[in-house]
Design a protein around this ligand. Structure first.
Ligand code: BG6
Length: 477
């Protein structure tokens, strides 16, 4: 096979602080949203319904994010394992509440800053480039309870202080940054993206788009500040991307799928990449009674702070039609749609569509012509440890092989793809269901939904497979 992946392609893995660090009260860290989310499938109900109270209740729930997989204490061992696989890049997030425990302080927490210094130094020791998300579903809890989350304009100011602090501190250690994780998921799940639980269905869209506007301004400011403080830095946006397929060729359904794609896939990207609200926003806002408070200077800031590259997560496509029967609704993916008869799904019902990744890459590159990076992709699955200690996750290898093949095709199509960090390269806590048993890793962590386990790390079969993929730069699959 011809060489498809460019030299210097950034192979690696991805994580988020709240899902794997643990140490939720150590080193002066304040609580954040993930610390109050219970473990188990109940979490999914909580994040998608109004009226969450943000209290920790040990009598009712477990809180797996508190311990995560204890990367906070085991980072050296974990980074050595990533290095053994040959990682070029490692995606992680900074927990904002480690740096500013409440979010609104004037001075940062030195212990929190020192922790990430140690992690970045360790990565560099192994020749691994950090790729750092500034906000990955971990808004400081105080900002949620006292200010109402991102609906409140004040968060723009607090976020600016936080990014100035981390850019200044890590300017010689981190070159690649992402602003808001899966920013476009906010309207679906405002609680995790924007830090508020909508009071009603009527206010959900108004508040979500206002919160998003604040994040667009905050993100653009971060890009501008990052470029000033760290010359040569590369700062990207981060989208959750799912190509939207029309269920059939009925033009009404095709139009519907197109409009859904516009608002879900392209709305945020257009603002962060092109620096302008898209042409279709006006009508959408009017029809949904959305009126934004846009302050003087906001649109200029957004124009000046466009991103250097586009990163996205890819887990699934979405198939949809305008009129759905109650039986069709809700069977399928996290982000909506109906069942696609041509696709199989994971054990959590997420439809597996490798060709959809090639479509996503072509759609994004065709629209924006900017370098792309896939910063999440992978298969959540139950793994079994055999008696001899081995973990034979052939299903994961097959999933990733099929997706990486499609990446190669997209590169041949002419797409400028610069990197791939698979999600949860080491097993961690699932975001949507708060489970340990939904595993994504090349590295198994002995930790279970009932809280038991030694936290011992083990190499799965996919560990050795991915190592070969990286060392052959994608030629050996
Ligand atoms: C992405 C998030 O949506 O999907 C991650 O950015 C998350 O935080 C990942 O973990 C996989 O989802 P889940 O629910 O299987 O953990």
């Amino acid at each position: 096979m011809a060489k498809q992946f460019p030299e210097g392609f950034l192979w690696g893995g991805a994580t988020a602080a709240n899902q794997f660090e643990g140490g939720y009260k150590e080193g002066g860290k304040g609580l954040n949203l993930a610390d109050v989310l219970p473990g188990g499938k109940v979490r999914l109900q909580i994040i998608s319904q109004p009226g969450f109270n943000y209290e920790i209740d040990h009598t009712k729930y477990t809180y797996p994010n508190h311990e995560g997989i204890d990367f906070y204490h085991r980072y050296k061992e974990d980074i050595a394992l990533f290095a053994e696989m040959g990682f070029k890049v490692f995606r992680m997030s900074i927990a904002w509440s480690r740096i500013f425990p409440n979010g609104d302080e004037l001075e940062p927490n030195e212990e929190g800053l020192a922790f990430y210094d140690r992690v970045f130094d360790e990565l560099h020791k192994h020749g691994i480039e950090p790729l750092v998300t500034l906000a990955h579903y971990e808004t400081p809890l105080h900002l949620i309870k006292e200010y109402g989350g991102w609906r409140n304009r004040k968060l723009v100011e607090f976020f600016e202080r936080y990014v100035r602090t981390v850019f200044t501190r890590y300017k010689d250690k981190v070159k690649y940054w992402l602003t808001f994780n899966e920013i476009n998921g906010a309207t679906h799940m405002p609680l995790i993206g924007l830090g508020f639980s909508p009071e009603s269905e009527e206010t959900r869209l108004q508040d979500s788009f206002q919160g998003l506007h604040h994040q667009f301004v905050a993100s653009a400011q971060a890009v501008k500040i990052g470029h000033e403080i760290i010359p040569g830095s590369q700062i990207g946006c981060m989208l959750i991307y799912a190509p939207v397929y029309s269920f059939d060729s009925n033009p009404d359904n095709v139009m519907y799928a197109r409009q859904e794609a516009d608002i879900f896939n392209f709305f945020c990207g257009d603002i962060q990449v092109r620096g302008e609200y898209p042409y279709f926003a006006k009508r959408y806002f009017k029809e949904n009674n959305i009126e934004l408070d846009i302050r003087e200077g906001d649109l200029e800031t957004i124009k000046e702070g466009t991103v250097d590259f586009i990163s996205f997560s890819y887990y699934m496509s979405r198939t949809d039609k305008k009129e759905k029967t109650p039986e069709e609704v809700g069977v399928g993916n996290l982000i909506g749609g109906i069942k696609n008869p041509f696709l199989k799904a994971s054990e959590w019902g997420w439809e597996i569509d490798p060709v959809g990744l090639r479509i996503a890459l072509n759609e994004l590159y065709g629209r924006y012509q900017k370098p792309l990076m896939i910063v999440e992709n992978g298969l959540g699955a139950y793994d079994k440890v055999e008696e001899d200690g081995s973990i034979n996750d052939d299903y994961r290898i097959e999933y990733m092989r099929d997706h990486i093949k499609q990446m190669g095709e997209a590169i041949e199509d002419g797409v400028d793809l610069i990197g791939y960090t698979s999600w949860g390269c080491i097993d961690l806590v699932s975001m949507s269901t708060g489970q340990y048993s939904k595993r994504y890793g090349f590295i198994y962590v002995d930790k279970h939904d009932d809280g038991s386990g030694t936290l011992e790390r083990k190499r799965k079969k996919s560990f050795f497979w991915y190592k070969d993929v990286i060392s052959s730069n994608g030629e050996v699959l």
